[in-house]
Design a protein around this ligand. Structure first.
Ligand code: FES
Length: 68
């Protein structure tokens, strides 16, 4: 699904950016090209960023240190 219509950026692209290390909205925007024009997609981008970071596939630093 297209998240940013101006930049033609879909949710998979945003997820890949987070997997590659983007942790802030501006990092996601810079690495994907989303959110650079009208800004309508910014809330959807932030939601996707939060959801993807909270997914079971994400490794939280607190969990890593607690496990060691
Ligand atoms: S829809 Fe993303 S900048 Fe316009």
């Amino acid at each position: 699904m297209i998240i940013c219509h101006c930049g033609v950026v879909n949710g998979d692209t945003v997820a890949r950016a987070v997997d590659a290390g983007a942790r802030t909205l501006s990092q996601v925007c810079r690495s994907t090209g989303a959110g650079q024009d009208c800004g309508t997609c910014v809330f959807a981008l932030r939601r996707l960023l939060c959801e993807h970071e909270a997914s079971p596939h994400a490794t939280l630093p607190e969990v890593e240190s607690a496990a060691s």
